[in-house]
Every structure is written in C-alpha cells, then in structure tokens.
Design a protein around this ligand. Sequence first.
Ligand code: NAI
Length: 461
Amino acid sequence: MSYDLIVIGAGPGGYVCAIRAAQLGLKVACVEGRDTLGGTCLNVGCIPSKALLHATHQLHEAEHNFDTMGLTGAKPKVDWKKMLGYKSDVIGQNTKGIEFLFKKNKVDWIKGWASIPAAGKVQVGDKTYETKKIVIASGSESSPLKGVEVDEKTIVSSTGALELGKIPKKLVVIGAGVIGLEMGSVFARLGAEVTVVEYLDRIIPGNDGEVAKSFQRLLAKQGMTFILGAAVQSASATKTKATVTYKLRKDDSEHKLDADTVLLATGRRPFVDGLGLDALGVKMTERGQIATDKHYATSIAGVYAIGDVIEGPMLAHKAEDEGMAVAEIIAGQAGHVNYGVIPGVIYTWPEVASVGETEETLKEAGRTYKVGKFSFMGNGRAKANFAGDGFVKILADKDTDRILGAHIIGPYAGDLIHEICVAMEFGAAAEDLARTCHAHPTYSEAVREAALACGDGAIHA
Ligand code: NAI
C-alpha cells in the first residue's frame, strides 16, 4: 500500500491533519494503536473531564442555588457508577464521530502502533507502508515525579482519576495546574476533602497573576485547600490509604498528608516511544520534544511533527491548528498558525480563559499598556444566574489602543474569550470592541465593558 501522507496518531492534531489533507486531495492514512480514535483528548482527557465537570456543576447548582430560585424538593444523590457511564457514553459518541469523518473523507485507519524504519516508510505490526510524507502527531503522556509511583488506583494520573472505583473522601492533588484544578474541583463538588500541594507560591503558573489570586480565593470558597511553596518529595500507598510527603520551600520543614487517593498532575511530556526516532536520527530538543522548523519539518526530509510532541503549549486546539497548517503546507499551500492568539481555558466554575500577553509578560518586555477591567457583578445576566464572581480584563497598548491580551475569570469565560481572539487576529483596538453593539442581557457585555474601560470608562462600573 502506498500513500501521499501517513499521519501517526489520531488525537486532535493527527485526525484533523488527516482530514484536512484528504480534503485537499491527498491519499491519506492515519495510524492509531488505541481501540478508538481521538487520542488522549477524547478518550482520557478533555472530553471525559468536561463530562464530569458538567455533571458536578449541575449538582453544585442543585445543592446551592435551586432552593433560592424556588426549585424545591429532594436533593439529587450521586450515583458515581452512572456518572462514569454517562462520561463513557460521551466518549463513545465523540470517538465514533471521528470514525465517521474518516470514512466520509476516505482516510484509512491503520490500527496498531507505528514506527518509522526510514523516511518514506511506516511500519505497523508486520506490514510496511510506503508514503511520500509522514506527520508525527503522537501526543504526550503524564510526566513522572521522583518518589511518586503511579498505580492508577490509589496514586493516579489524570487517566486513573477519570476511572476511580469510588469517590475519595480525602484527595491530595500534586500540582496546581490545569489538570489538578479541573479534576480537584470535580471531586470537591462530589464531597471530597481536596488539598492541592503546589511547588510555586501561586496557582496556574503562566496565567495572569491577578486572575490566579482571584481563582484561588474562589476555589478555596468551594472547599479546596491550597498548600503553596511546597515541593512534594514522595507519595506512597498501602491497600487502604496513601501518604504524601512534602517540604515547605521557605523553611525546608517536612510535612505529611494522608489521603485515600493522590492525583499526580505535575505536567506532561512528549510521547515518542517505539517510533524509532533515535535510529532514524531525528533531532530532538533539550526538553525531549521533536525539533521542527517553522513549517513543522523535522531534521529528516519528508517527516513532519505537530502537537504535544513539538514545542509550545500542550493544548488540543494548538495541535489541531498545526494539523491543518501542516496538511496545507504538504499540499503546497501556505499553512500558518498565529501563536500570539492561542487561547487557554480552565473549565472549572467559574471558568478561566486567557489569550495573548499577561501584565507580567508586558512588564518584563518593558512595554507600556493600559488595563480595562469589568466585574461580572456589574453584569445583569450574571447576577440573575448566580454568576457574579470574576471579571474581564483587557490589556491594550497605551499609545495605539491595540489589544495585546485578555484574561477572563467568570461564567463561560472559555467561550467569551473568542470574540477577543477574533479582534486580536484582525489587529483590533479596544475601541473597536467597545463600539461593537453587544446584545443585552448577555455575559459578553462584560467583555465590551472591559473594552470601554480601556477608554473613557465602563458604563455599569
Ligand atoms: P501544568 O504544567 O499545567 O501544571 C503542573 C503544576 O505542577 C505546576 O503548577 C508546577 O509548578 C507543579 N509542580 C511541579 N512539580 C511539583 C512538585 N514536586 N510538587 C508540587 N508541585 C509541583 O500540568 P498539568 O496540570 O499536569 O497539565 C499537563 C498539560 O495538559 C498542560 O500542558 C495543560 O495545558 C494540558 N491540559 C490542558 C487542559 C485545558 O486546556 N483545559 C486540561 C488538562 C490538561
């Protein structure tokens, strides 16, 4: 069998690349070793965690706000097995959807794990396929932490956390990044006592500092405990419980925490096992990523790489965009990703979303900027919906008014951020957003008010 393109990995980077390349007229196959398509994101990541976040947010609403709205009656009980069933059903619908899209676009799914014996060849099991081009989109895996042995039962990665046999009474989360806080808030809403141990003196590193502070306060109000500036030394498990040992960085003192379950969420690393990259001579970066040029070409002619295996944020949508871009490049078009406008979203309640520069990065670069901020407390829709916590913050160039970044903590922040992304993509000024009519009453009025606050002032502040 020979192809124009073989894509290795059917996660959001790989499957999108395969579909786009087929749409552009190439003969395409995609190799995937899992039983279902969709990679980490659809099978054990973004999609299942969002199902659990959705279910537990509904529970939170029922427990905290229904009575106030005159919705009285028995409080819902949690049937964990059924909730996991709902989550699996959502996964199934999504992964089957991609199978359908592969058939529709005539992309062949080669089942199995691929290696690259030479440029132009992909081996799967005992079969070798000829191909003009290869795209590696093999994704990432949880990073290990010295002294912490993940057994996916008591000490779990995000994968095990999505399949726990029962809801833990006490959960210790190592790492206050995206995974730790999303999964931590799922179990906090289900009644677990959740303690998050974080190495740095703040949560969600890389995000706007003011948003991080506000986010920590809101999560603490929901019952989560934070131990910051604490380096985890080890975690050990017996059949019934686990113990986490950490050292406080300020005085080097050692402390212990007991838990029924420990979630290790200290980052992910590129997954390239079994591809044979060493033997092929593919150049890697110091951080174990596949080195690529601006057109996703590796050091081997005809072999490209995208997504979590190369540099940049490990985000499904970044991988998707790279998947489309590399397919276009291979088909002779001008594929391109604007890395300055890649949103990041944390799907807790409230959600946290960001795009572009933060105040920290602007200060570091010595740039002058102005801040337009608006609280959801001043937004009528948010007040009606018990969603007044949080704010929209827009950063604009002090002289030109061009939008440089935006940070939102609040209801549906992950959706609201996109009007700012589009504005940034078009090089808009804050005034352009401020002069755009926004329907009333909507959450997005808070975005407009923040844009107004970059100029002569918000109306409802
Ligand atoms: P992360 O990089 O977001 O956060 C890891 C945290 O662990 C950091 O705050 C770090 O300081 C801390 N840490 C490291 N070593 C530690 C130690 N010894 N003791 C205590 N704390 C320690 O990594 P995370 O949350 O595991 O996520 C992995 C990747 O998956 C990220 O790139 C993330 O963007 C992506 N992801 C994205 C999601 C989204 O877009 N909503 C959802 C889930 C994952």
